[in-house]
Design a protein around this ligand. Structure first.
Ligand code: CA
Length: 221
């Protein structure tokens, strides 16, 4: 899942990006409000981490603009710790959560995880489909209790399909959500990836809907 980071302090942005990456997420950084707004409204993100104090356009105004455009991705606002009116303005503008600076990276990640679970209707930290088990905290996958070795890209694919269990997910959806914006591959790459994953987890968990996409069925057959 892609996560948008809008933060002008490069050191903080890079630090957040590193941690997200180690969580199996795909971070993308925008360093001012205009770029952040633009990426948020033109690309697909599972969530955004948005600083309030930004050059060109402040975070509250970015958020308000997204919400006016009907964009409902979850947003965590980074505010100045002492500034309560910033938080009130942020919540009024449609923030889902906020965190005062300076913050502990662990807290940001915990809040982001909670937000992602809420937004996808997932309360659990482990997802299961038949013999398949995906541990979201440890980013581990097992089949019949047997741990599998999978790549970060395979994990992201599986994670995305499991989060959208019961829905047909198109190849375009997958490309937008599991690859970095600058590394979008051709659609054939998704087929190859699905094939590779099927060989690891068993052939019948990920189903193909010819011409539509892929699906992990809601009910175990
Ligand atoms: Ca700032």
């Amino acid at each position: 899942m892609r996560i948008l980071i809008v933060e002008d302090e490069r050191k903080i942005a890079d630090l957040i990006a590193d941690v997200l990456q180690s969580e199996g997420l795909i971070p993308e950084i925008a360093s001012d409000g205009e770029e952040g707004w633009f990426l948020g409204s033109t690309e697909t993100y599972a969530a955004a981490i948005l600083d309030v104090g930004l050059p060109k356009r402040d975070g509250i105004s970015v958020l308000r603009k997204w919400r006016d455009e009907g964009l409902d991705m979850p947003v965590i606002l980074l505010t100045a710790r002492a500034n309560w009116n910033e938080r009130v303005a942020g919540i009024d503008a449609g923030a889902d959560d906020y965190l005062g600076k300076p913050f502990q990276m662990e807290e940001l990640i915990a809040r982001l995880r909670a937000l992602l679970r809420r937004s996808t209707g997932q309360k659990k930290t482990t997802l299961e489909a038949g013999p398949l088990r995906v541990d979201l905290r440890q980013m581990r996958v097992s089949v019949d209790g047997r741990p599998l070795k999978i790549t970060p890209l395979e994990y992201r694919l599986l994670h995305y399909l499991m989060h959208h269990r019961g829905e047909v997910v198109t190849q375009e959806d997958l490309v937008e959500n599991i690859y970095h914006r600058d590394q979008e591959p051709d659609s054939n790459a998704v087929e190859v990836l699905v094939g590779r994953l099927r060989r690891k987890i068993g052939g019948d968990i990920i189903q193909t809907r010819r011409g539509f996409g892929y699906l992990i069925a809601e009910e175990d057959a």
